[in-house]
Design a protein around this ligand. Structure first.
Ligand code: PLP
Length: 370
């Protein structure tokens, strides 16, 4: 069993993928070829954003967003500690301080009731992460942002394809940042990412920042990067985007089957009624996680922990080590992500459930006898 089986997807689309890769090799515009704009238009349409800027990775998308918003050294950005480290490292890279607030223990997303008290005169933005593919509570976040004149940077690296109150993720804030890393819900065959916005000015800045701050060839009006997406990755994403809506449906079906199979065994993912998660990860909580992981591994079932250490406990964020975030800290010790992809078969789901039941039961028995 594979944790995410990308070969099954490739088997389905290999003819189209190979043809589109061959097209790029034939026309030779490896950088900023026509596929880039084609993809940007289609992605913008998908998330109902006015503008999309295709980029080299999700991490670069966050950096480009921060630069476009003119976030400066000493500025503060309110964010979550329970995420992949990249959602906070770009803040640090430009000298801004990540102010971590705790999570809602059910959704693992920012506890929006704790945001306001973290605001100071230095606060410039709120950066919610839509963990495991479920959106944070953007109505509340947007209202706070409006009240204090803050930008909202949506880290949608795990939530492309997810919805919040019927609206697509990636366009829920001032700028939405996503990733097309191979294992994300929409993944390419290497690194890729994108920023989305409805603001023409920000879109223009992000386009310039992506390409050395160029306004026109060799005329550099702002500090920029090389953060362009490769044409080949855009070509691959165009094929994958064609089957994405179908995969969104398959992901919902696989998640429902898991929910049913696991309902009496463990705490299954809690999804708010107004959200549709894209299940970048299907993540449960278990006690004695190491032992459960070992039991699953013995049965040939791969798992992963997203994430074992909250960001404020990472060595690189030692300046935040004293902050107490009990929900994030507790979740980090208990969460376990199970194999999940749109093409998962019923037999595999059943095998995960049976193995997990035995592992959890054994724990109960050993607790009684010991
Ligand atoms: C994957 C991920 C990123 C970074 O995306 P890359 O494309 O790998 O650079 C940022 N934030 C979160 C929450 C992620 O899951």
């Amino acid at each position: 069993m594979q944790f995410i089986d990308l070969n099954k997807q490739y088997a389905k689309i290999h003819a189209q993928v190979n043809a589109r890769i061959q097209d790029v090799l034939n026309h030779g515009h490896y950088v900023m070829g026509a596929e880039i704009q084609d993809l940007e238009l289609k992605l913008a349409e998908y998330v109902h954003a006015k503008y999309c800027i295709a980029l080299s990775s999700g991490t670069d998308a966050l950096l480009v967003a921060l630069m476009a918003l003119d976030i400066k050294p000493g500025d503060e950005i309110i964010t979550t500690s329970f995420s992949f480290v990249a959602s906070a490292t770009m803040n640090k890279l430009i000298g801004a301080k990540s102010v971590f607030v705790d999570i809602d223990p059910r959704t693992y997303n920012l506890d929006v009731t704790q945001i306001e008290r973290a605001i100071t005169p230095k606060t410039k933005a709120i950066l919610p992460v839509n963990l495991y593919g479920q959106c944070a509570d953007f109505d509340v976040i947007s209202a706070i942002a409006k009240k204090y004149n803050l930008a909202v940077i949506e880290d949608a690296a795990q939530s492309f394809g997810g919805t919040y109150k019927g609206q697509q993720s990636c366009n829920l804030g001032t700028i939405g940042c996503t990733s097309f890393f191979p294992s994300k819900p929409l993944g390419c065959y290497g690194d890729g990412g994108a920023c989305f916005t409805d603001d023409a000015d920000l879109a223009e800045r992000m386009r310039q920042i992506r390409n050395h701050g160029q306004e026109s060839r060799y005329h550099h009006v702002r500090l920029g990067l090389n953060a362009r997406m490769d044409t080949l990755q855009a070509a691959i994403l165009l094929v994958k985007l064609d089957i994405f809506s179908e995969e969104v449906g398959l992901r919902q079906i696989v998640a429902k089957k898991y929910d049913l199979a696991l309902s009496n065994i463990v705490q299954t993912p809690y999804i708010e009624e107004h959200n549709q998660s894209i299940y970048a990860q299907y993540t449960i909580e278990v006690p004695e996680r190491d032992r459960v992981i070992a039991a699953l591994k013995d049965a040939g079932i791969p798992t992963s922990v997203h994430y074992p250490t909250p960001i404020h406990h990472q060595p690189i964020f030692k300046d935040s080590a004293a902050v107490s975030l009990p929900n994030a800290e507790k979740a980090a010790g208990r969460v376990l992500s199970l194999p999940f992809h749109p093409y998962m078969e019923d037999a595999d789901i059943a095998r995960v459930a049976e193995t997990l039941a035995r592992a959890v039961q054994k724990k109960t028995v050993s607790a009684i006898s010991g």
